[in-house]
Write a protein of this length. Structure first.
Length: 471
């Protein structure tokens, strides 16, 4: 599919750059928050704050892994990864999910152990409060910015990070509450909050796992297949949208669409329909990449003549003058069959037999099929323009035979000499209200009279044009 190239970076390249910058800033913020929380947790002895610092340490690893995954996912398809590297984002999110569950278990264990043992030595510190307030602001900024960029670029890894930091935000608020409770004389609240923090970590991991596993097992985004089906069905020429398959891959969607078209359509028209379907989907889903496959089918309103022409086209045999007769409920079909004039009669007859058998297979054995074999010139005729005298003679003969009849204004007469005889081309005008069959009979009659009178004429091609009623 052709695309317009803008002077600036393409949208996909700009999105990739935004995703990588967002991941790098997230790494820097995670490092700063982790160091601050760790120092404050050690100074106060708060398990909730230390566990939150450990959670932030995990954020450093997770965001680094996200940055690496985003960079890898942007690599184009190669010989080993035919659909690109988008799944690396899902893989990174899956690893981050495992980290979340491990951390959740460790924090919950330590919190329950402290509750059981009664050990809850927590020292209130305004410095720790300041660290937590700063962490809350940083996490709020990261959650908002990563969520926005993830939605705009379709990045699974950044969306996982945004979900992760939303839980960090809640965790920091709970830890802040635990420090406040300790200052009021309830140090056990620290261990209780630590257990609560572990629950939020586990919840974030579960939500990440759902999304990540769905992407890795190629679960189609809800409602997207129907959206693609509706979009494709609007394209003219489609009989039916048979099948839509979709698989997510990083920030993109890859899929296949199987459409059904009339088998009487020429290949060029089918190709155009496929291009139109791809363009319609791309306009509605810019980040999607679909393969369009067309399946030709026989329509209920397909005429007998159309069926015969399709069968002949499949046999790569040109036919014309197809005549269909209804003989008291029994079909009779006849046609002119063109074959290479250099073939022997035996070879030509085999071609005719195959075509007749194919028509009988399609229409039924009771149908009567007759073919008339004609030679087809497969090589260009060597020729030259005839002399002016010959052209004038032929033009005069055409005008004389047409005089007083429905054929008027013989013009643009051209005569070419070939080794097999003269080839005559001319234009004429007839009443535009005449039907095509009558017009064809008139031109054929003029050709027969000319050939009887003039010798050495191989072919006469008459092109009829509508007669201006004012003439």
């Amino acid at each position: 599919m052709d695309k317009t190239v803008l002077p600036s970076l393409p949208t996909s390249t700009r999105d990739e750059a935004r995703k990588e910058r967002a991941a790098l800033w997230s790494i820097a913020a995670s490092v700063a928050v982790t160091l601050a929380k760790g120092a404050a947790g050690i100074a106060t002895g708060s398990l909730a704050l230390i566990s939150d610092a450990a959670h932030s340490l995990l954020d450093v690893a997770a965001t680094t892994m996200t940055w690496l995954a985003v960079r890898t996912a942007h690599k184009p398809a190669d010989e080993e990864h035919h659909y690109g590297h988008g799944k690396f984002e899902s893989l990174a999110a899956l690893i981050e999910t495992a980290f979340l569950f491990v951390l959740s278990g460790a924090v919950a264990y330590e919190g329950l152990r402290r509750l059981w043992s009664g050990h809850a030595d927590v020292t209130f510190s305004w410095a720790a409060v300041g660290v937590l307030m700063g962490a809350i602001l940083v996490d709020a900024w990261r959650w908002w910015s990563l969520r926005r960029i993830a939605r705009e670029t379709g990045s699974e890894a950044l969306e996982a990070d945004a979900l992760h930091f939303s839980s960090d935000l809640v965790n920091s608020v709970l830890v802040l509450a635990a420090l406040g409770a300790a200052a009021l004389g309830y140090p056990q609240a620290d261990a209780l909050v630590a257990v609560g923090v572990s629950a939020f970590i586990a919840l974030a991991g579960f939500r990440l796992a759902q999304r990540t596993i769905a992407a890795l097992v190629d679960t189609a985004p809800k409602g997207l297949a129907e959206q693609v089906r509706t979009c494709a069905a609007k394209v003219p020429g489609i009989v039916e949208v048979e099948k839509v398959r979709i698989r997510p891959a990083g920030g993109r969607v890859i899929g296949e669409v199987l459409i059904r078209v009339s088998r009487t359509l020429p290949l060029e028209r089918v190709s155009a329909i496929k291009r139109n379907v791809a363009a319609a989907i791309a306009e509605e889903l810019p980040q999607a990449e679909f393969t369009i496959t067309a399946e030709p089918i026989q329509l209920d309103n397909e005429t007998i003549m159309e069926r015969v022409m399709v069968i002949a086209a499949h046999q790569h045999v040109p036919v014309h003058h197809v005549t269909v007769q209804d003989l008291d409920g029994r079909l009779s079909i006849s046609f002119d069959l063109e074959v290479d004039g250099r073939l022997s009669l035996g070879e030509a007859h085999e071609i005719a037999d195959r075509l007749e058998a194919a028509i009988e297979d399609d229409l039924g054995p009771e149908v009567e099929v007759e073919s008339h074999i004609e030679p087809l010139e497969t090589t260009p005729l060597e020729g030259r323009e005839a002399d002016p005298g010959t052209v004038a003679r032929i033009a005069g003969a055409l005008a004389a035979h047409a005089a007083g009849g429905p054929i008027r204004d013989i013009h643009n007469v051209r005569v070419r000499e070939t080794p097999s005889g003269l080839v005559v081309n001319y234009h004429c005008r007839v009443d535009p209200r005449l039907d095509v069959s009558t017009m064809h009979d008139l031109v054929d009659d003029l050709e027969r009279r000319l050939r009887r009178e003039q010798g050495q004429i191989l072919r006469v091609v008459g092109h009829a044009e509508p007669l201006d009623q004012g003439r």
